[in-house]
Design a protein around this ligand. Structure first.
Ligand SMILES: [Zn+2]
Ligand SMILES: [Zn+2]
Length: 173
């Protein structure tokens, strides 16, 4: 049996665990995303995906579903696949930018539970953030987002050997 002794977490695990705990605040049943801003090992902001303050969220008003056709690789072939996305919420990364100061972001790192979508990546690329660390892959935009980060010189990395805290995993509907 594994020892119950506390194992000191490394910084990546520490901040990603916080991002996952923050994601549990999300009221969108389709996706829970958390993001945190870190400047020199200091936590300067937390955010999750949600409707604007004071406006009914997905739990009250239901998700706002938009159908989109997206390119997906099926058996090695590019296919147009119809996907449903909830567009009610402001993405966690965007909320993080709305609620932090530019000066705090210069040279900072963002830990986010999910690989950013194209729009969030584009905004992060212009936000002063120098490093983005994510856990779950988001294949749809992965190639163009990776290329953008290369062009901007933003460190963009996935946490491979990482297990989120059990209590932060919410079944996605
Ligand atoms: Zn929703
Ligand atoms: Zn996004």
């Amino acid at each position: 049996m594994e020892s119950r002794q506390a194992i000191r977490k490394d910084w990546d695990t520490y901040f990603m665990d916080i991002a996952y705990m923050v994601s549990t605040r999300s009221l969108c049943s389709r996706r829970h995303v958390g993001a945190v801003l870190v400047q020199g090992k200091k936590l300067l902001g937390t955010a999750y995906n949600g409707a604007p303050m004071g406006v009914p969220d997905c739990s009250e008003a239901g998700c706002m579903i938009a159908e989109q056709f997206e390119v997906e690789i099926v058996d090695g072939q590019e296919m147009m696949v119809k996907k449903e996305r909830c567009i009610r919420t402001i993405h966690a990364e965007q909320n993080l930018l709305l609620f932090t100061d530019r000066a705090d972001r210069e040279g900072s790192s963002v830990y986010v539970t999910d690989q950013p979508c194209w729009t969030c990546a584009n905004m992060l690329a212009n936000s002063g953030v120098r490093e983005i660390v994510y856990h779950r892959a988001y294949r749809k935009d992965s190639d163009k987002v990776t290329r953008l980060m290369e062009q901007k010189g933003v460190v963009f990395r996935a946490l491979a050997a990482y297990d989120p805290p059990e209590q932060a995993i919410v079944a996605e509907g």
